[in-house]
Design a protein around this ligand. Structure first.
Ligand SMILES: Cc1cc2nc3c(=O)[nH]c(=O)nc-3n(C[C@H](O)[C@H](O)[C@H](O)COP(=O)(O)O)c2cc1C
Length: 423
C-alpha cells in the first residue's frame, strides 16, 4: 500500500511516488511537464473507461456526452497522470457507487406544465449563477494540460460557472482570479502548522475569495490502487516535478500557494487526524470569508458543523478517492438536507455525468452540484475548449430533462419530483 512506502531518492523517483508515500497518496501529486507520446494506455483500467465507445472524438464539438472526453484524456496523458485522475480507493467501488446511486432515484415527469421558458439559475450567498453546475476543486491541473487552472478559469469565465480552486493548484490564486475575471471559491487543505494555514487564509482573503471551502475528508492514508497500477506502466523519470521531501513533501512545497511560507514546522497538509468541530470555529473566527465544509456525508457531522457556525456544506466523498464506503453521495444527500433544514446551502458532488443526475440532486433539495473528473477529461482532451464543451453539454442535457419532466425552474421546488426506485 502506498502509505507504507518509503520516499524514493530523487534520482529514482517515478511519477507520483514521492509525495504519496509521505502524505497518504492524496490529491497533491503532479505538476507540469506532460510527456506525450507512445504509452500503454490500456494498462490503466477504470470504471469510467470500461463503458466507453472505442470511437475517439477528434474535436470537442463532436462529443455526444461528457464521457466521450475520457478516452481522449486517457490517450493524451502519461499513464500515471491518467491513473491519478481516474483512481478511487481499493477496488474503486465507491466511484461506481456514486454512479449507481443515481439509478436508485426516479424522476416523476409532469406533462401539463408550461416549459417554454426555462430558468436553471441558483443563488449561492447572494450571487446568482445561471446554472447549478460548479467546477469542483481538483489539484495540480497542469498535470492534465499545460494551461492547467488558467485554462479552466478561462472556460469558467466564458461559460459563466462558479470555479473552486484547490490548495494544491499549480497556478497562484491571484492569476486564476485574473483569468476567471472574478473571485473563485478557495478550497483549503489545512496544514499541520496553524501559522501556515492562517497565512494561506489571509492570502486568499486578500485576493478577494468570498468563500473558503475546508475539505475534511482524506483522514490519513488512502489506498489508491488504480494509481499504483498506473505507475507500474509509467517508466518515465519524473524527479523534476516529484521531488521528495522529508519534513514537508517536496512537491507540495513547490506549489504556488506555499510560496515564501516557512514550512519548517508543517509536516502534513491534509486535515489533521485530531480534527474535531472546534477546528471549524477556529477557522471561522480567523476570516470574514464564508466557511463551507466539504466532505460531509452524515447528519451527525452536519449538525456538528452547523453548531460551529459554518455557512454551507458540500456533500462529497472526494469522488470515491477518500474511503471505500460503497455509499454514493446522492444517497447521502437526504440525511444531510434533513439535518440542515434549509438553513445553509448544500452542494453535492460525486459521479455527476448527465443532466438527469443534476436534476435529481436539485429536485431532492441540493443548492448546486459540482463536477470533478468530467471537466478534467475535457481539459486533458482539448484544453480550455474541452472544458467549455463539457460545461455546455451538461447545461444542454439539464435543459432537455427540465423540459421533459415539466420543471421549468430549479428554484423553490416544492412538489415531490423524485421517488425512490421500487425495491
Ligand atoms: C484528480 C482529482 C483531484 C482532486 N483534488 C482535490 C483537491 O485538491 N481538493 C478537494 O477538496 N477535492 C479534490 N478532488 C475531489 C473533487 O473536488 C470532487 O469531490 C470529486 O472529483 C467529485 O467527483 P467526480 O470526479 O466523480 O465528479 C479531486 C478529484 C480528482 C478527480
Amino acid at each position: 500500500m502506498e502509505h507504507a512506502r518509503e520516499p524514493s531518492p530523487i534520482s529514482t523517483v517515478r511519477c507520483g511516488e514521492s509525495l504519496a508515500a509521505l502524505a497518504g497518496s492524496a490529491d497533491n501529486l503532479f505538476e507540469t511537464r506532460l510527456t506525450r507520446g507512445a504509452r500503454s494506455a490500456s494498462a490503466v483500467p477504470t470504471p469510467d473507461s470500461l463503458t466507453q465507445d472505442p470511437h475517439l472524438i477528434a474535436s470537442p464539438g463532436e462529443a455526444l456526452n461528457v464521457m466521450e472526453f475520457e478516452p481522449v484524456a486517457r490517450k493524451n496523458l502519461p499513464p500515471a497522470h491518467y491513473g491519478y485522475l481516474a483512481t478511487g480507493v481499493d477496488d474503486d467501488g465507491t466511484i461506481r457507487a456514486n454512479r449507481e446511486g443515481f439509478t436508485k432515484f426516479q424522476l416523476r415527469a409532469r406533462r401539463l406544465v408550461d416549459v417554454s421558458h426555462l430558468d436553471a439559475s441558483v443563488q449561492l450567498f447572494g450571487t446568482t449563477w445561471e446554472t447549478p453546475i460548479v467546477l469542483a476543486p481538483t489539484s495540480g491541473q497542469k498535470a492534465f494540460h499545460p494551461t492547467g487552472e488558467l485554462g479552466v478559469a478561462r472556460a469558467a469565465r466564458a461559460k459563466r460557472h462558479l470555479q473552486l480552486l484547490s490548495t494544491l493548484t499549480s497556478a497562484p490564486v491571484e492569476a486564476v482570479i485574473e483569468a476567471r475575471g472574478e473571485p473563485v471559491w478557495y478550497q483549503l487543505y489545512p496544514t499541520s502548522d496553524w501559522n501556515v494555514t492562517r497565512s494561506i487564509v489571509r492570502r486568499v482573503e486578500a485576493a478577494g475569495c468570498p468563500v473558503l471551502v475546508l475539505t475534511v475528508d482524506l483522514r490519513g492514508a488512502t489506498n489508491r490502487e488504480t494509481l499504483s497500477k498506473s505507475r507500474r506502466v509509467d517508466t518515465r523519470r519524473c524527479a523534476d516535478c516529484h521531488t521528495d521531501g522529508i519534513a514537508f513533501p517536496g512537491n507540495v512545497r513547490k506549489r504556488p500557494m506555499f510560496d515564501s511560507l516557512d514550512l519548517a514546522r508543517a509536516v502534513g497538509i491534509f486535515p489533521p487526524l485530531s480534527l474535531t468541530p472546534d477546528y471549524l470555529k477556529r477557522l471561522k473566527d480567523t476570516t470574514s470569508m464564508k466557511l463551507v465544509v466539504k466532505g460531509i456525508v452524515t447528519a451527525e457531522d452536519t449538525t456538528a458543523a452547523l453548531e460551529q457556525g459554518v455557512d454551507g456544506i458540500i456533500v462529497s466523498n472526494h469522488g470515491g478517492r477518500a474511503e471505500d464506503s460503497g455509499r454514493s453521495t446522492i444517497e447521502s444527500l437526504g440525511e444531510v438536507l434533513e439535518a440542515v433544514r434549509g438553513r445553509v446551502p448544500v452542494l453535492v458532488d460525486g459521479g455527476f455525468r448527465r443532466g438527469t443526475d443534476i436534476l435529481k440532486a436539485m429536485a431532492l433539495g441540493a443548492s448546486a452540484i459540482c463536477i470533478g473528473r468530467p471537466y478534467l477529461w475535457g481539459l486533458a482532451a482539448f484544453g480550455q475548449a474541452g472544458v467549455e464543451a463539457v460545461l455546455e453539454i451538461l447545461r444542454r442535457e439539464l435543459q432537455i430533462i427540465m423540459r421533459q419532466v415539466g420543471m421549468p425552474t430549479l428554484a423553490g421546488i416544492t412538489e415531490k419530483r423524485v421517488v425512490d426506485r421500487p425495491k
